[in-house]
Design a protein around this ligand. Sequence first.
Ligand code: ZN
Length: 154
Amino acid sequence: MNYKEAFIKEITALSEANNFNMAVLEWELVTIFEEENNCICGHPIIENCEIQNKFNGNIAIVGNCCINKFVKNINSSNPFNSGKRLIKDNTRSANSSLLDLMHKNKIINAWELFFYKDILGKRNLSPKQQAKKIQINNKIIKYINRKKQVFQFS
Ligand SMILES: [Zn+2]
C-alpha cells in the first residue's frame, strides 16, 4: 500500500462516513506542533497537524504530505508555513489562519488577536506596536516548538 492509499484507508476508518470524499468533511484542525512523528499515512514528519473528527471525537496526526487534502474543509491554509517564517524571523507577521488557531488554543487572547489582525494591513508600525507584535510572535513560536505527547495509531 502506498502513502496515499494508506492515508485514505486510515482517515475513512476513523470517520463516520464510509467513503473518503465524505469522510474528509468531518475533520477540523485542532492544533499544530513540531516533533518527529509519523503521519497516519506512514510518512515520517516533523510538522504535525492534529485533526479531530467533529462527529466521533477521533484524533489523527497528519503531516504536510496529507494535510492539503483537508485544506478545502479545514478553514485555513496550512498554518505551518506562517509558523515556519516566524521561527526563522520573529519580526515577520503571522497570517490570519495561524492567529485564529493560536486564539482557539488560548495561546493568544482576544485582545491580542484583534490587535494583530488590525496591524496586519498596516505598512508602518509604531515602536510600541512592533514590540507587542514580537511579544505575541514569541508566544506562538514557543507554542509551536513545544514537545507534546501524541496518540499512536496502529
Ligand atoms: Zn501523510
